[in-house]
Design a protein around this ligand. Structure first.
Ligand SMILES: [Zn+2]
Length: 215
C-alpha cells in the first residue's frame, strides 16, 4: 500500500504527473479539484457552494475540502494505494491528513510563477466533454472548438489573472513550496521540476524507493 501526496501550484502539472504515477504504480489518482469541478458541472449543492467561492477568486474552505477528501477516501477503492492531488493545501489540513492516514511521501513540483502564469492563462476546457487544451502547447484544430466533440472551449472560472494572483499569494503565504505545510513526522519529500513530462531526474526512482513494499 502506497500513499502519496503531490503538491505544487495549479498549473505545475500535478494532474498529469499524478496520472502517470498512478498508472505506473497501480494507484488510484484522487484529484480534489476534479471532484469539485464534477460537482460544479453537475449542479450539485456542493457545486453551487464551490462556484460562488471560486467566482470570488477565493479558495474553498478547509472544512469543505476535508469533508470531500474524507468521503472520497472512505470509498476504499484504493487497494494498492492512492496519490492525492490538491490536498492538503496548508498546515491544518496536513495535520488532519497525517493523523488519519499513514502517508509514504510527498512529491513537490516546483515551477516559477512566470511559467505557472503562462500555463494557467492559456488553459482551456471543453464545456461539454471536459477535455483539456492549452492554446500554446496543445491547441485545438479549430479555434475555440473541441477536437473530439465540437463543444465550446471555455476558461475555467479559477484560471483568470485575478484568481491566479490570489492563489499564488495564498500559496506562498500558506504552504509555500508545499513541504513546509507538513510537520516533520518522517514524511519523505521528493522534489522535482515540472518542466517536461516527468518529474525530473531521479524523481520516479525516488518515488518507487519510497514505497517500502507493503504494509
Ligand atoms: Zn469536447
Amino acid at each position: 500500500m502506497r500513499k502519496y501526496v503531490i503538491m505544487g501550484v495549479q498549473g505545475s502539472g500535478k494532474g498529469t504527473q499524478s496520472q502517470m504515477l498512478a498508472a505506473d504504480l497501480d494507484l488510484v489518482h484522487i484529484g480534489v479539484g476534479d471532484i469539485f469541478r464534477w460537482n460544479v458541472q453537475n449542479h450539485t449543492k456542493l457545486g453551487a457552494q464551490v462556484r460562488r467561492t471560486m467566482a470570488a477568486g477565493e479558495l474553498v474552505g478547509d472544512d469543505l475540502v476535508e469533508s470531500v477528501v474524507r468521503d472520497r477516501l472512505t470509498q476504499h477503492d484504493w487497494n494498492f494505494g492512492f496519490i492525492i492531488d490538491g490536498f492538503p493545501r496548508n498546515r491544518p489540513q496536513a495535520e488532519f491528513f497525517l493523523e488519519s492516514y499513514d502517508i509514504d511521501g510527498v512529491i513537490v513540483l516546483d515551477l516559477p510563477d512566470s511559467e505557472v502564469r503562462r500555463r494557467v492563462l492559456n488553459r482551456r476546457l471543453c464545456a461539454d466533454c471536459g477535455m483539456d487544451y492549452h492554446l500554446i502547447d496543445s491547441s485545438p484544430k479549430v479555434t475555440g472548438r473541441c477536437d473530439s466533440c465540437g463543444g465550446d472551449l471555455v476558461t475555467r472560472e479559477d484560471d483568470t489573472e485575478e484568481a491566479l494572483a490570489v492563489r499564488l499569494l495564498g500559496l506562498s503565504r500558506e504552504d509555500g513550496p508545499g513541504d513546509r505545510a507538513f510537520p516533520s513526522q518522517g514524511v519523505r519529500v521528493h522534489r522535482g521540476r515540472a518542466a517536461g513530462t516527468r518529474c525530473g531526474p531521479g524523481a520516479d526512482q525516488e518515488v518507487s524507493r519510497a514505497g517500502p513494499d507493503d504494509r
